[in-house]
Design a protein around this ligand. Structure first.
Ligand code: ADP
Length: 261
């Protein structure tokens, strides 16, 4: 269900929106097949970091490597090709409500095929393509919804459609931006468990931003904590304790940690 997993390497990446620094001197490596949770308060830069990783946002300085490609120094065509290999689950899901679930899933190939072939494929899909869409919906637990109108599905089911659409493009990595914020807490657990389960079983690189530190700690082997656009910690989930938690939400504790106190 995916291509060869890709890794990411960021070197001294900074992003500025007008006078607001969104990310400052971010350096990190995410290995192929690794699952990483990004945690931090609202506005800490999680979403921007994910967008930098798939080339949607260009850093003001620093370099972003996706496997062998440095995104700032490749052609626009090559950048489009890299972006087509990265599945992105947006917070707002970006599904077209009045289309069938199958058509939204098929839209996952838009990036890799060009607009016209994708539109044709969406409107007149072959049996094989429908079978592939069914397979990804089966993996996310809602195969019976294949021909339902998307807006008749619950919030949690629509989230699964968004995950299925990302998987349908056979991604080399999956990035998910707050995949749980739009659903209730019980469903939130299901979605995180689904994403990390897929990553583990397929060896697919996963990086997801999460508000809920407990969920992040439970499901991700490694967590990166962001605060005000900087990395506050990057550690195994089992090593994240109260001090790291406070560092995210309490400036005094963050300063103490930085001082080595
Ligand atoms: P998070 O995902 O952790 O909530 P974001 O990456 O969305 O954080 O935002 C980081 C900072 O960058 C915030 O101060 C936010 O207001 C700002 N920001 C993000 N996107 C934009 C944008 N498109 N234009 C201007 N400022 C932005």
């Amino acid at each position: 269900m995916h291509g060869t997993p890709c890794g990411f390497r960021l070197e001294d990446v900074s992003v500025q929106f007008g006078s607001t620094p969104a990310l400052t001197d971010i350096s990190l490596t995410i290995g192929a097949g690794e699952a990483v949770g990004l945690v931090g308060p609202s506005g800490s830069g999680k979403s921007t970091l994910l967008r930098v990783m798939n080339g949607m946002v260009r850093p003001a300085s620093g370099r972003v490597h996706v496997s062998g490609d440095e995104l700032g120094s490749i052609s626009r065509r090559a950048l489009r090709r890299v972006r087509a290999t990265i599945g992105f689950v947006h917070q707002e899901l970006n599904l077209i409500p009045n289309l069938r679930v199958a058509q939204n899933v098929l839209a996952g190939r838009l990036g890799s095929q060009g607009l016209l072939p994708s539109m044709r494929g969406m409107l007149f899909p072959s049996k094989q393509v429908i079978a592939n869409a069914y397979a990804v919906l089966e993996r996310v637990g809602i195969p019976e919804k294949l021909f339902e109108r998307t807006d008749t599905l619950s919030g949690g089911q629509q989230q699964r459609v968004a995950v299925a659409r990302a998987l349908f493009q056979r991604p080399a990595a999956l990035l998910a931006d707050e995949p749980v914020s739009s659903v209730d807490p019980a469903r939130a657990r299901d979605t995180v468990s689904l994403l990390t389960g897929i990553s583990t079983e397929q060896g697919l690189t996963l990086c997801a931003s999460l508000h809920n530190l407990d969920l992040a700690r439970e499901f991700f082997p490694r967590l990166i904590g962001l605060r005000a656009g900087r990395i506050v910690f990057d550690a195994k989930a089992s090593e994240i304790g109260e001090a790291e938690f406070h560092a995210l939400y309490d400036l005094a504790a963050a300063e103490m940690m930085a001082d080595g106190a």
